[in-house]
Design a protein around this ligand. Structure first.
Ligand code: NAD
Length: 339
């Protein structure tokens, strides 16, 4: 069975691709490689693996000809990045992914899985499930919701569409992200002995380990069509909903150091607690990892020098840098200068 993973060189994608290959699937990764392709160095020589450098907005659909399943992860991948250029965010995260899904159906791909996000719940009291009303507060969240709304109706007998609304992810990946809550807390602790906590710390958020969310993609693809076709699943687990202040305390405890912290940012207006009953009951999904283990593994990797916090690990800073470089190069070209 052949699987196309868009955004396969990213934080989740690079872990997912490896898992798929380990399970014996043929895997093609389509990515712009905004964070480089060395994130896939462990799998690059695998005979079942193929790399395509292209963009979901304009790739040649002929590549879908021998694909059985598409996992659509390519996107500008968080709220602050989504605001750098909202038009581009919509063009990629909404129109780009609708394009991938529409072409997948046209080219007889059997299964399509959209990487969406629990961020579409925005701010809500109470515990939210897949039928709860949504409240997307940012361009990133709105693009996710609009993509869901356009893509789900494409589901048909021969085209199984599944939406995975992932919790906030944590843990180690070849494309490391320190702009995710648990990873960022651990980095701050490692560097300054204090955990940075986004104000005011009472906000709720659900979490899932990067290997567990990758496992969920594979589970969705391997499940009976009747169970997943046209369905939305929140990806995570009920016991991994945390208030941010309590989470910070837990990370300190996991690392085994006294709890010291510092506040940053403006009070976060996003807060959501999510029910993961549906994925647990229907797909029998159960995470293998907890934030305690995630914090510990990231801390150990920092200590051993296996990961470091270069510019690329803060997604919004890296995209800002790329946009500035792009503008600079254009200006130089317009002035007739050769770089
Ligand atoms: N990491 C999380 O906590 C989280 C939570 C919920 C949902 N998600 C979603 O999961 C997906 C993967 O997230 P991630 O954390 O791995 O992000 P990431 O930024 O690490 O990876 C995204 C990948 O997509 C590629 N890409 C971006 N635009 C592209 C385009 N136009 N064409 C082709 N490739 C393009 C990038 O080069 C990158 O390799 C995203 O859709 C994200 O919104 C992530």
């Amino acid at each position: 069975m052949s699987v196309l993973v868009t955004g396969g060189a990213g934080y989740i994608g690079s872990v997912l691709v490896k898992l798929l290959l380990e399970k014996g699937y043929k895997v093609t990764c389509l990515d712009r490689f905004f964070f480089g392709r060395e994130t896939l160095k462990d799998v690059i020589d695998d005979k079942n693996f193929k790399l395509i450098k292209d963009d979901i907005r304009w790739f040649d659909p002929a590549i879908l000809g021998d694909v059985d399943a598409v996992m659509d992860l390519a996107a500008l991948s968080n709220d602050p990045t989504g605001e750098l250029d909202p038009e581009k965010t919509m063009a990629i995260n909404y129109n780009g992914r609708v394009r991938v899904a529409t072409l997948s159906k046209k080219y007889n791909v059997e299964r399509y899985i959209l990487a969406s996000s629990c961020s579409i719940y925005g701010f809500h009291e109470g515990i939210l499930n897949e039928n709860s009303s949504t409240n997307p507060l940012t361009t990133y969240a709105k693009a996710n919701l609009q993509a869901e709304e356009d893509i789900l109706p494409l589901a048909a007998e021969k085209f199984t569409v599944t939406v995975l609304r992932q919790a906030t992810v944590y843990g180690l990946s070849p494309r490391m992200r320190f702009d995710l809550a648990i990873n960022g807390m651990t980095l701050g602790f490692f560097k300054n002995g204090k955990i940075p906590i986004l104000k005011d710390g009472t906000q709720w958020r659900p979490f899932v380990h990067v290997k567990d969310t990758s496992k969920a993609f594979i589970l969705a693809m391997e499940s009976e069509k009747e169970d997943v076709g046209g369905e939305i699943f929140n990806v995570g687990s009920n016991e991994q909903n945390y208030q941010i202040f309590n989470l910070a305390n837990l990370v300190a405890d996991a690392v085994g150091l006294p709890f010291q912290y510092e506040w940053y940012g403006f009070p976060d207006n996003r807060s959501y607690r999510v029910s993961f009953d549906k994925i647990a009951n229907i797909l029998k999904f159960k995470p293998d990892y907890s934030p305690r283990e995630g914090g510990k593994e990231v801390y150990e990797a920092l200590k051993e020098g296996l990961v470091k916090d270069d510019l690329k690990t803060i997604t919004v800073k890296w995209y800002k840098h790329l946009l500035e470089m792009h503008t600079y190069i254009k200006e130089v070209e317009m002035n007739g200068m050769i770089l």
